[in-house]
Design a protein around this ligand. Structure first.
Ligand code: SF4
Length: 370
């Protein structure tokens, strides 16, 4: 797989979607020797079910382990440490990942209980758990979501689960951004399988999930987080830790040169999938959703619009008189109207293309045209 490639798949069969991304990216070929130790790093920041928007869906870990076992890899470990204040031992059970590990006979390593070593991360001394350093090939499985301090979190910040609790506390005193970037010069992410199913609007611990129903695949964690930033309506350069990691040579922020490979796009380039059933939004997400008029909208399109509306709300640009005016969804194909989001509304007077468009582009479009 090329470091510029981005695999995208939509739907609600999460285990199968994870397997399809790994297959398309030829991860088994990339790992090579069947004797190598492959580590899977989910996000178990808190002891909550994945539907809350904070933690990795167990189906993705199940899909990854099934894929690896089918390809003859048996030296596997799932490893993670929750944030300070929660116990990993409780989080792994609450998430359902404990049951997945038992089903596959794969050990789970709680890094809160692990020993650590001090390493040099491009001039910054950092303590890293020994189990993480012992892995030959790391598959990171972060949740794409908001974060109250770093604005977004995805691949790069998920490495923080592989350091001891004392070091997590120290990271906060250092402002998070710089140590996260330096940590990623020590912990090499070989593949990133992103849980973009229902990450939180703006909090690491969940509570306001935004349904996107996507799984993404990247070789480059900096490209991953740059794409994640745009998916939430930000420019990658606005997120300090992404910029710092790029400056340290961890990867590239150049999403414009990336090659996006949709794994379930139809021949017309539009997503080949059924629209989602309406989900019960939390009050905050529901307030943003009042501005949309969806008809058979795909989750990723609708979720992108929610993130874009949140950016407009932050900028004080949401006018309650415009509630219900934004058309979005497959039900608008071939129909006319005033303003619409996504390729399906291409016959509208004002329409933003893309299938689905990114939140950053929707926010810009709405600032100029709505
Ligand atoms: S434009 Fe949006 S609603 Fe239409 S098919 Fe694409 S993702 Fe789905």
């Amino acid at each position: 797989m090329d470091r510029k490639e981005i695999f995208v798949i939509q739907g609600n069969q999460y285990k199968e979607m994870a397997m399809q991304v790994l297959e398309a990216a030829r991860v088994a070929e990339d790992i090579g020797d069947r004797c190598r130790c492959v580590g899977l790093k989910p996000n178990l920041v808190v002891a909550r079910d994945a539907s809350g928007g904070a933690t990795t869906h167990p189906e993705l870990v199940d899909g990854a382990l099934t894929y690896l076992k089918n390809h003859g890899f048996n030296h596997l470990v799932v490893l993670e440490g929750s944030w300070v204040g929660d116990r990993t031992s409780e989080a792994v059970i609450a998430s359902g990942i404990d049951a997945v590990c038992k089903k596959h006979g794969v050990p789970f390593a709680d890094t809160q209980k692990d020993r650590f070593r001090e390493c040099d991360g491009a001039g910054m001394k950092l303590k890293v758990c020994e189990k993480a350093l012992a892995v030959d090939y790391l598959i990171n499985i972060p949740v794409l979501k908001g974060h109250c301090q770093t604005i977004i979190t995805c691949a790069l910040k998920n490495s923080k689960g592989l350091i001891p609790d004392s070091e997590k506390r120290r990271f906060h005193t250092m402002g998070l951004h710089k140590p996260i970037a330096h940590l990623n010069t020590i912990i090499h992410q070989d593949f990133v399988l992103v849980d973009n199913i229902c990450g939180d609007l703006d909090f690491e611990e969940g509570g306001n999930p935004v349904v996107m129903n996507r799984v993404l695949g990247f070789k480059d964690p900096v490209l991953c987080d740059s794409y994640a930033a745009e998916s939430m309506g930000y420019r990658p350069e606005d997120i300090d830790y992404i910029r710092f990691a790029a400056e340290l040579g961890v990867g590239s922020m150049d999403t414009a040169s990336a090659k996006v490979i949709p794994l379930n796009a139809g021949s017309d380039g539009q997503m080949d999938k059924k629209p989602i059933k309406p989900v019960k939004n939390t009050r905050r997400v529901a307030r943003l959703a009042e501005y949309a008029s969806p008809k058979d909208a795909c989750s990723a399109c609708y979720g992108s619009l929610i993130y874009a509306l949140d950016r407009l709300g932050e900028a004080g640009l949401l006018n309650p008189k415009k509630k219900g005016t934004l058309a979005i969804g497959q039900g608008y194909r071939g129909r006319s109207g005033d303003i619409g989001i996504g390729q399906c509304t291409s016959c509208f007077k004002k329409s933003l293309g893309g299938c689905p468009p990114k939140a950053v582009d929707i926010a810009e479009f709405l600032k100029e045209n709505w």
